[in-house]
Design a protein. Structure first.
Length: 133
């Protein structure tokens, strides 16, 4: 998943929670999030600003499947529990930018998932193998 600089800038705001439309993430929370995606950082004195850290961590993920997984993670329903925020609002805002990159956040049950525009999520069921009976 490759996104433009403008989309990346909006994603930074949503990840940090600086837009008041998504959950706020402190420096230590951001470190934990990005460590799930390959970083090996520790939060300590001299840590950069939250938005700068987030941008620096997103840049190498841009153009990889990890970026899609990260966006799916931040729009997972469990990330919004107990918050007085609606993921639909943040998803609609980000979709204004994602559409120019050929992607969209689409509701999938309780969660939002990144899809390529025009793509349809299909679930395949494995047919019952009757030869084993």
């Amino acid at each position: 998943m490759k996104i433009s600089r403008n989309t990346l800038a909006e994603l930074v705001k949503i990840i940090t929670g600086d837009t008041n439309m998504s959950p706020y993430r402190s420096g230590p929370m951001l470190v934990r999030l990005f460590n799930e995606f390959g970083s090996n950082d520790f939060y300590a004195q001299g840590f950069p600003s939250r938005w700068k850290y987030t941008e620096e961590k997103l840049l190498p993920l841009n153009g990889t499947t990890s970026l899609r997984r990260l966006v799916n993670t931040i729009f997972d329903a469990t990330e919004w529990i107990g918050k007085d925020l609606k993921p639909e609002i943040a998803a609609a805002h980000l979709n204004k930018f994602l559409k120019f990159d050929g992607f969209e956040l689409s509701r999938d049950g309780e969660h939002f998932k990144v899809l390529e525009i025009g793509a349809v999520a299909v679930q395949f069921d494995t047919p019952l193998d009757t030869t084993i009976f």
